[in-house]
Ligand binder design. Structure first.
Ligand code: 3IO
Length: 338
């Protein structure tokens, strides 16, 4: 009898607590501020809107996400700190903008030869989930994804390595290092600053994926596109840790269940969008697309290979098992890009 009464009491407690939590989530109306740095039409913001819509639907409206694209709440350079300090609850960061801050996951900026954003995005997420690297311990990671492979967009044709020798081209982080190895003059800056730099002639072109031809209108200014299939840019969507800890368990579960799916969704969207952007740029702006000869691509691979040893050295100093991570990248790439 005593045991039954205690059992009932415990059941009553569980029911009231869970009802209470649900009621709290509904009544309090959880509002999350999500900051992003590039303009609204770009892929990091498209995936942000998709995530917001999914979260609102899957929590039956208990969570409301307010999105701030185009650096309206936090810009690229303030994003990481701003989220840690709680100016935004959620933010999107490009890892390449923070050299030395992510010794493990910067492995995804190296020239592995990924052919797709989907393959690279899923690889990045799996690496994060496996290693849970200390470099992200001060935030909650909601998802990760990458750009598509990087290509040249320039004011003049690029067909050989001679064509970029000493030429000012924009890349960020390790992609800047790629440009240096190729003999160009690398100029590093966040994406939102690039259109003006091209316009003013500070740079003659940029190295990133072809989505921006349409989404940031580079097709108007950079008429010559060269397919080089260089490294991708990794991104992370991070949440203020206190905010995360304040969320009810059922809401946390919805967000955790969305992480891997959101990574794959973004990769698939990006791969399709790059094709659409290229077709649009040819039609609307008559851009010229040149696929670099196999011999030129092979030479680029040879010149950039030392970046991998450079990463290994720095990673090892930060306590990362660099060989194990590189091995995982190769295996995951084969798995997701077969
Ligand atoms: C990128 C960044 C912002 C908006 C669209 C984009 N497409 C590819 C990238 C990657 C990149 O160049 C960067 O700076 O992160």
């Amino acid at each position: 009898m005593r045991a039954l009464r205690m059992g009932l009491a415990a059941l009553f407690l569980v029911v009231t607590v869970s009802l209470g939590m649900g009621a709290h989530a509904q009544a309090a109306g959880i509002d999350l501020k999500y900051a992003n740095f590039p303009p609204a039409p770009t892929f990091p913001c498209v995936q942000m809107e998709r995530w917001a819509k999914e979260v609102e639907a899957r929590t039956a409206g208990a969570v409301n996400v307010t999105t701030f694209p185009g650096s309206t709440l936090l810009d690229a350079k303030n994003m990481l700190r701003g989220v840690m300090q709680g100016q935004a609850d959620i933010g999107c960061i490009s890892l390449a903008y923070h050299p030395g801050v992510f010794p493990l996951l910067s492995v995804m900026e190296l020239p592995h030869g990924f052919a797709s954003s989907e393959g690279a995005s899923r690889t990045l997420w799996d690496l994060y989930a496996k290693y849970m690297p200390a470099e992200f311990s001060k935030v909650k990671v909601l998802t990760m994804f990458t750009s598509a492979p990087s290509q040249f967009m320039a004011k003049m044709p690029i067909k050989t390595l001679d064509d970029i020798k000493g030429v000012e081209i924009r890349g960020a982080g390790s992609l800047s290092a790629v440009l240096e190895k190729l003999g160009a003059t690398p100029v590093s800056m966040p994406m939102p600053e690039v259109p003006e730099a091209v316009q003013k002639g500070v740079i003659q072109g940029l190295l990133t994926s072809f989505d921006v031809l349409k989404d940031m209108k580079f097709a108007e200014m950079c008429k010559y596109e060269s397919v080089a299939n260089l490294s991708v840019y990794p991104f992370a969507v991070i949440m203020n840790k206190k905010k995360w800890e304040s969320l009810p368990a059922d809401v946390q579960k919805v967000l955790d269940d969305l992480s891997a799916e959101q990574s794959q969704w973004t990769g698939q969207y990006m791969d399709n969008h790059v094709k659409e952007s290229l077709a649009w740029s040819k039609e609307q702006h008559g851009v010229e697309v040149h696929v670099l000869d196999a011999a030129v691509q092979a030479e680029m691979a040879r010149l950039t290979a030392p970046l991998i040893d450079g990463w290994k050295e720095k990673a090892a100093k930060a306590g990362v098992d660099a060989d194990a991570v590189l091995n995982d990248v190769a295996q995951l790439k084969a798995k997701y890009e077969q």
